[in-house]
Design a protein around this ligand. Sequence first.
Ligand code: DQA
Length: 192
Amino acid sequence: MSKILIINGPNLNLLGQREPSIYGRNTLEEINGRLSLLGQEWGLEVSFFQSNCEGMLVEAIQNLPGKFDGAILNAGAYTHTSLALHDAVSAVSIPVVEVHLSNPAARESYRHFSYLSGVCRGAVSGFGPMSYELALYWLASQAKGCEDFRGSPPGGSPRRKPQSFPKNAPDIQIAGDSSTPMTAKKAGATKK
Ligand code: DQA
């Protein structure tokens, strides 16, 4: 079973009470609970780590190899400031997906630059808790191999029957990457 670590950075422990008009009313515990359930449905073992300290986040990323097969990283404000997190993600070879609840590109200019986008496998932003779920869905598809993955996407009915993709259907390309049909990759991100 593939193991995935969800890493959350500073102030994300305050979700639910922190600027709900931007970040929503779900607590981190609620978001994580839903990711655990989706992980079970998609055949993943999902674990969680949150810290407000940059060095702890660096260590969590350094410790991924050998213990986890992929990670989802919401580095909070460190996204826009941390060369150390950039270097940590660069140093590990497992896929790390950058995630944001809000859409930083549509917010203040100091949130437009990400130290992480260029070294993460892809990025999902702006969809609230579903940003994490979409990232997890992609990791699940990679764990199984795109062809064999039949999980219902987030928001889909868990009781829905698995459907096979018609053989002659065109590939769905979200951005940039021609290597796989299911790639939600931020344009310009460096492939790991
Ligand atoms: C955030 C966006 C960051 O700009 C901000 O500093 C956060 C949360 C998000 O999930 O939308 O703390 O990463």
